[in-house]
Design a protein around this ligand. Structure first.
Ligand SMILES: Nc1ncnc2c1ncn2[C@@H]1O[C@H](COP(=O)(O)OP(=O)(O)OP(=O)(O)O)[C@@H](O)[C@H]1O
Ligand SMILES: [Mg+2]
Length: 196
């Protein structure tokens, strides 16, 4: 008999077992604009659960945005990674990505690239030479602003912040400063799910 379990990365619908109550509750919370945190020990299926709940949202009027914060190491990378995830969740054409960036991320510089299949991708750089005041507010307010403009609900889900923010250079206070500003501000007309 074939082993029905797949081990390794995030599992999708084809290999996802059980958790139907959690899936339903999570999808309903997302649609109602609730804000929640999914906590568990490592490798118990948080990301798979959150991603599948996002996939199963009605397509009409809902835009799921998944932000992987694990590779980020501070405020600047939080800003650029989040702006990229938001832009790519809404737009697939290069021209429209630039339009969205121009409207909602005025203090960031969008750089377009093309992946192996020829699909446009965007990354962001901080425009200012001086990085003393990073455009964190602009990015934190973007989901609500885009939702209002596009008349849709934006469901933002992020992984937890990387422990590497606790380096000697930044100090653990830097991590908590960014994290608490994100948690306080990221209350939008959208729903936020953070899986830690
Ligand atoms: N619903 C499920 N059905 C079957 N297997 C699952 C399910 N959820 C998780 N798994 C298994 O557990 C592994 C870890 O899943 P996942 O990456 O979603 O967990 P996680 O809690 O987000 O992990 P981490 O703590 O590393 O972020 C998967 O590779 C898969 O083998
Ligand atoms: Mg995970």
């Amino acid at each position: 008999m074939l082993n029905p379990f797949r081990y390794g990365g995030v599992v999708g619908r084809d290999a996802f077992c059980n958790r139907s109550t959690e899936l339903r509750d999570l999808a309903r919370a997302m649609q109602q604009g609730e804000r929640l945190f999914v906590y568990s020990e490592r490798r118990l299926g948080k990301t798979s659960l959150v991603r599948l709940a996002m996939e199963e949202l009605p397509k009409a009027g809902h835009v799921p945005v998944y932000v992987d914060l694990w590779p980020t190491d501070g405020e600047e990378s939080f800003i650029t990674v989040t702006a990229k995830a938001l832009t790519e969740a809404f737009e697939t054409s290069a021209e429209r990505m630039l339009q969205l960036a121009g409207s909602f991320f005025k203090r960031l510089l969008p750089v377009l690239t093309v992946d192996d299949q020829g699909h446009p991708q965007v990354r962001f750089e901080v425009r200012e030479m001086k990085r003393e005041s990073l455009p964190l507010e602009e990015v934190l307010l973007a989901p609500a602003r885009i939702a209002e403009k596009r008349k849709c609900r934006v469901i933002v889900s992020s992984t937890s912040f990387n422990g590497s923010l606790n380096t000697r250079a930044t100090g653990s206070s830097a991590r908590y400063a960014v994290q608490s500003r994100v948690r306080a501000k990221w209350r939008t007309s959208s729903s936020e799910v953070e899986n830690t």
